[in-house]
Design a binder for this molecule. Structure first.
Ligand code: DLL
Length: 433
């Protein structure tokens, strides 16, 4: 279902004209309202009136997370505090949070984008939406909340945690749509099983899962266990929160990126040059319509590619490939680049192990090492050492075949890897401790 037919199915030429007009306005805005950007643009020798075509985007400076940190807490805001009506912060695990701000118009834009997102997943007025993303500084809960209300659906604002209670609410209140992280979805499935609840007996039809990397294999796993269509949603606090890109229920083939509000680029993170069309690299986004917290060419560190061919659902906006990983999460094991989600694909496809795993990265002498810890299925777990050894060896061999790296595989007992109620911590990097 397309909520905003005009913007989502625009001829690309018209879309580009709209993007240019909005880009010019945003460069003008930051130049006059944010001293940091005035300095950066002056250093680059660019004036707002120099932006005459979309190609001139290349002349603008990048913004990084470090720039936001250097201006902590509010140095990059482009609106006075009496115009700001909400603050959120990104979910960094260490150090200071990264605060982001919204004017009333920003909140309106966000609610509309989230309504478009939820509609893209096939939901509508009359649906009951279970929101299991955390409410608070994290943008997931409130982002979904206002979008679902804007759509006219009924919201169950459960937030994260209290997993057994959530299973009960899913049974009793009969939500048709569920929104949470993919790792929490799996945890719900596990707890439901313990409680003797079968998801196929609930009314759930579709799940909108994101905020952390997951794999195509994990999609299959979640669809089977929760008996619904599982769709991927992408976003980040610095850009707006959730509501940047989402898969459509019709095709499930790439995430539609709302290009009327976000101008995407894919660059090579080493050279900072654009990659060839369709190639994989780091996603860079320039939000085109934000008032309180506009950013120029924000380097997301997320690795993906873009496809500009129209989707079978009718949308003409770019489709982003499922995020392959973060450039700073990429493991380099003996010179080979490996993303955690690639290892996940191997594990999820191996019979006998559960989709709960952790990757322990360490260093022995000059070499980086990787230990894959994965839970054995309840039914498979046995005291027979030989059986377990054979299973570990077969996983090791598959990883070696896929990535040509040797890893250590440690099978652990069912339910010993910590479960997540928000974003899962998959990688433990002992080199950084
Ligand atoms: O995670 C916003 C969000 C909430 C997205 C709910 C989707 C659903 P942050 O906490 O700022 O914001 O974290 C943003 O999470 O740069 C990615 O690295 C990662 N991420 C978000 N969605 C996906 C996804 C929210 N679908 C960071 N696949 C981003 C892979 C994702 N990674």
């Amino acid at each position: 279902m397309i909520r905003d037919i005009e913007h989502e199915t625009m001829p690309r030429e018209d879309l580009r004209a709209l993007q240019l007009q909005r880009l010019q306005a945003i460069v003008e805005r930051v130049y006059h309202l944010v001293p940091f950007y005035r300095r950066r643009l002056d250093e680059a020798g660019v004036k707002p009136e120099d932006i005459r075509t979309l190609d001139d985007l290349q002349r603008l400076p990048f913004t990084t997370k470090q720039d936001i940190r250097d201006n902590y807490p509010f140095g990059l805001f482009a609106a006075p505090m009496d115009q700001i009506v909400r603050l959120h912060a990104s979910s960094g695990t260490t150090g200071k949070p990264t605060p982001v701000a919204y004017t009333q118009r920003d909140l309106d834009t966000w609610a509309e984008l989230m309504a478009r997102t939820i509609a893209c997943a096939g939901a509508h007025r009359g649906d009951i939406i279970h929101i299991g993303y955390g409410y608070g500084l994290f943008t997931g809960g409130l982002g979904f909340h206002y979008g679902a209300e804007r759509l006219g659906a009924a919201v169950i604002p459960v937030s994260g945690g209290q997993t057994r209670r959530q299973v009960m609410l899913i049974q009793d209140f009969g939500p048709t749509v569920i929104c949470c992280t993919p790792s929490f979805a799996l945890y719900l499935a596990e707890v439901a099983q313990e409680m003797g609840v079968h998801f196929k007996d609930t009314k759930l039809r579709v799940g909108i899962f994101g905020a952390e990397p997951w794999s195509e294999a994990m999609r299959q796993e979640i669809e089977n266990r929760l008996s619904l269509d599982a769709l991927d949603i992408y976003g980040l606090s610095e850009i707006i929160g959730p509501g940047v890109a989402v898969e459509c229920i019709e095709a499930k083939k790439g995430l539609h990126l709302f290009e009327d509000h976000f101008l995407p680029e894919i660059i090579n993170p080493q050279t900072l040059e654009p990659v060839a069309p369709g190639e994989t690299g780091e996603l860079v986004i320039t939000p085109l319509t934000k008032e309180a917290f506009p950013l120029l060419r924000y380097r997301t560190r997320d690795v993906t590619s873009l496809d500009y061919t129209p989707c079978t659902c009718g949308r003409t906006i770019a489709r982003m490939h499922r995020i392959r990983g973060r450039s700073d999460d990429m493991l380099i094991i003996r010179g080979v680049n490996v993303f955690p989600s690639q290892i996940e694909s191997v594990l999820v496809e191996t019979p006998g192990v559960a989709p709960h795993y952790q990757l322990i990265v360490d260093r022995e002498g000059q070499l980086d090492t990787l230990e894959v810890r994965v839970e054995v299925d309840e039914g498979m777990f046995s005291d027979e050492v030989k059986k377990m050894e054979a299973l570990a060896k077969s996983i090791q061999r598959q990883i070696k075949d896929y990535f040509t790296v040797s890893v250590k595989v440690k099978l652990v007992e069912p339910r010993t890897i910590p479960r997540s109620e928000g974003k899962a911590q998959r990688v433990i990097d002992k080199r950084k401790m």
